[in-house]
Structure formats: structure tokens, C-alpha cells
Design a protein around this ligand. Sequence first.
Ligand SMILES: C[S@@+](CC[C@H](N)C(=O)[O-])C[C@H]1O[C@@H](n2cnc3c(N)ncnc32)[C@H](O)[C@@H]1O
Length: 213
Amino acid sequence: MPDNNPHQSKIYSEFSHLYDKIFERVFFPRILRVIDSLRIPRGARVLELGVGTGLSLCAYPPHADVTGIDLAQDMLDQAGDKIAENGWTHITLRQMDALHLDYPDDSFDFVMAFHVVSVVPNANQLMDEARRVCRPGGKLVIINHFRSPRRWLRSLVDLVDPVTRHLGWRTTLGIDELLNNTAVEIEQQYKTNPRSLFTVLVARNEKELAAVG
Ligand SMILES: C[S@@+](CC[C@H](N)C(=O)[O-])C[C@H]1O[C@@H](n2cnc3c(N)ncnc32)[C@H](O)[C@@H]1O
């Protein structure tokens, strides 16, 4: 059983009851649009890392087999309430560390990480784990804010980074740093609105099929 109170999930744990009130309006429309655009096929195995309170869950088609994991049990409890209220039988939740996934190689067709790669202490390790459990040719789908290419904005954001780090997330993570040495092919990189702080990345997992036996 993972320790559910390390720093990066502690704040989410403590404020889990407020999370939807604060973030639903900002995050949900983009998540819905991105999941819709994937046209997830029947029977697809989907893993969402850092699923939180399950803001995304209603966006998944019931013909997919969806698993959400998160380190913070209080966040998962909120997601569990949504599953119970809606009678969703295609969604399973587990408390787990995204940096140490308890799944065999090639277990999923899609691995999602929405607003989580800058929260974990090691974004590259999250990517390695995401790639490991995703089948060759499967999709990694990331929504996050990334370090701006504009120098003035970068300098401004660097100033607030010590504060946000203290709260539990980084503002300085760049797309290059995230994808450093990661064998993926970026199929789509876009913003759902030109002024949005958030970028959507859809990447194809470029790896060989794991050896059997
Ligand atoms: C900003 S919230 C995003 C939640 C959800 N994906 C969304 O878009 O609303 C970040 C989530 O990542 C979780 N988290 C932080 N570190 C984690 C880790 N190492 N493994 C799994 N989840 C983690 C937090 O508990 C929190 O629920």
C-alpha cells in the first residue's frame, strides 16, 4: 500500500472536498474535448494517472475499460462517489503511485495524464512508467501547462515557481524536458484555445512488444 500522504498529493488530499468547486469549470471542458477527440474504440483498455476526483470519468465511453489511479485516497473517494452515483461498471479505481505502477508491461491501449506531470517529483519517471504499461503503438495523452517559449513569460513564471513548488507543483517543466529520451512520436500538440495556459499532447508509444515467457 503506497504512502498516500507524500508532499505532492498531500495538498490534494487536504482540499479534495473543494477540488471540483475550484477546478471543474477550468479543467473539465478541455478534458471532455480531448477524450472525445480520441474516439476511444470498443474494448480499449484505458489507464488514467492521477485521476483525482474523477472529473474526467463521465467523458469516457462505457464501451471502454477504464482504470484510474491516484496517490491520494481522499481524491479517489470523491471519484468513487461519482462512479457509485452513476452506476458506472466500466471504471475501476486503485490507490497507486504513478511512478511505480503495479501493472505488467503493455497492459493498456491509452495512458492519460491530465494536470499531473508537473505535480509528481519526477516527470520522466512517470513517462517511463506510462510507456512501459502502454502497449507498443498505444497512445499517451497529456494535458498540462508547460514552460513558455516566450522569455518574458518564462521569467515571470520562474518567480512564482518556489511558491507553487511549496504547494506541490512545478511551473517550470518544459515539453522538451518531459519528452527527453522518451521514445514517443508526437502525433498532436495543440491548445484548445490560443490563449490557454494548457497544452494537449497526443503521442504514439514507440517501443517493441515485450518478450513473452
Ligand atoms: C492537479 S490534480 C489533477 C487531477 C485530475 N487529473 C484532474 O485533471 O482533475 C493532480 C493529482 O495527481 C495526484 N498525484 C500526485 N502525485 C501522484 C503520484 N505520484 N501518483 C499518482 N497520483 C499522484 C494528486 O493526488 C492529484 O489528485
